[in-house]
Design a protein around this ligand. Sequence first.
Ligand SMILES: Nc1ncnc2c1ncn2[C@@H]1O[C@H](COP(=O)(O)OP(=O)(O)O)[C@@H](O)[C@H]1O
Ligand SMILES: O=C(CO)[C@@H](O)[C@H](O)COP(=O)(O)O
Length: 535
Amino acid sequence: MAAPAAALPPLYLGFDFSTQQLKVLAIDGNLNVLHQDNVQFDTELPEFRTQGGVHIHSDGLTVTSPVLMWVKALDLLLDKMKRTGFDFSRVRALSGSGQQHGSVFWRRGASETLKQLDSAEDLFQQLQDAFSVSDSPVWMDSSSRKQCQDLQAAAGGALRLAEITGSRAYERFTGNQIAKLWQSRPEQYQDTERISLVSSFAASLFLGSYAAIDFSDGSGMNLLDIRTRTWSQTCLEATAPDLDGLLGTPLPSASVLGPVSSYLVHRFGFSESCRVVAFTGDNPASLAGMRLQQGDIAVSLGTSDTVFLWIQQPRPALEGHVFCNPVEQRAYMALLCFKNGSLTRERVRNQCAGASWELFSGALRNSPLGNNGNIGFYFDTMEITPAALGVHRFDRDDNKVSSLSPEAEVRALVEGQFLSRRLHAERLGYSIIPGTRVLATGGASSNRDILQVLSDVFNAPVYSIDLSNSTCLGSAFRALHGLAEQSGLSFFDVVKNVPEPQLVATPHPTAAQVYGHMLKRYARLEERVLQETCP
Ligand SMILES: Nc1ncnc2c1ncn2[C@@H]1O[C@H](COP(=O)(O)OP(=O)(O)O)[C@@H](O)[C@H]1O
Ligand SMILES: O=C(CO)[C@@H](O)[C@H](O)COP(=O)(O)O
């Protein structure tokens, strides 16, 4: 006879609402992964007609995702889990993450709708009228340049803004998106009763009421004072009227927000005692999933590529971001974001490697370190770090060339991406010293040949955890930690028995010499590309 659910060991769920998909992962109290599933937006929800989870508008700058697509993805994912016999009654706590910076605008009256959800119907049907803006701006958007300039002027300059909020004004940051909405569509802004990040929006769907924005994801808005961890009045006032009330009070990332909604209890059989722990950004969640320590450098190869580190003290600069740390309240994390990551690798794979990752890997294995001096810049869409556009290829003598052989093109892309990641990390003062571990994660970290190039270019050993999906794992760890923190346990107390990341690539003996030289050339050529193309 099956054991009653109460006698079975408890489970902890981690969700990730990322750019291209919604993922979930379940762990038990011993941190073993017991279940994983996902919903791909483009292929499983084709009615929303997204590409890579987003709509790129005709101006080439505005990028949005339909908020109801995310809602429907959650319906679908929970239904899938139910069909496979997942026992929701065992879940003691859940948490999650979302792509950073994206904004969700809840229409007046939506909090009542959330409270009165009918368990006989899905969320998609019931939340049809719950949003004042149906297309949520997402992190790939770069249409708010004017609002960025205005905010920097109001704050006393770009560096002053970075000192307050951890970043100079960035177009994708939520405050600038909110300012754009207020200026261009004031009636929609006025019809809004709450503004969420993708992460706190997702948490609200589980809570059945508005979830607080957590300090870590809240740091990606150009609105939060990262030292006092309160909204900056200067930034709020420069952004839009009555914003304080629309955002709610931000909370520590490990906060237990409350029990799951009675909707989830009745529709899926969650226990009434199952707790929702604050959701955070996908990169902060990934820091938790990899159990990043001071001195490590994380390289995430998802839709975006990001490089991030654990730092003790904020040192805001004109490039890159400082976020509040998601697992240790007194610490911070530094992050660089590169927009042309996996989607650009996919485009080159399709054009040069027959749309096959196997052939793409073969091209990397069959071409020499340093690519015979060929260097490429592949900014299919306006890059964030640095702000540049277009494809630019150079031969060994720094002459511009219009094409490379397919094999050389694949290597030029991957080497160019990692030279850029290293160059910009070093410019921020994060150097690689003996003993530095590069921790790789994200979808492309399942490709060992890509990780070999990463190891060579960084001249450092590369480690990874078993799963490329560290965001969901981090969210499940954070769910467990949220409960444990109430009895005084730290995040690292909770995850101390997780196996250490495994060594997956070590640098080739000639890598230091090849890429030491190439990095200097890359920096020079990047300057040239910027001068030629800067908008
Ligand atoms: N074998 C592989 N080699 C290189 N890239 C891969 C491989 N498998 C998956 N990917 C890349 O992983 C990306 C998805 O990564 P993921 O971290 O799941 O993204 P996100 O969380 O942003 O939705 C895909 O766009 C794909 O290009
Ligand atoms: O803008 C950033 C970080 O600042 C991006 O990293 C987004 O958080 C999207 O993440 P992925 O879906 O690519 O993981």
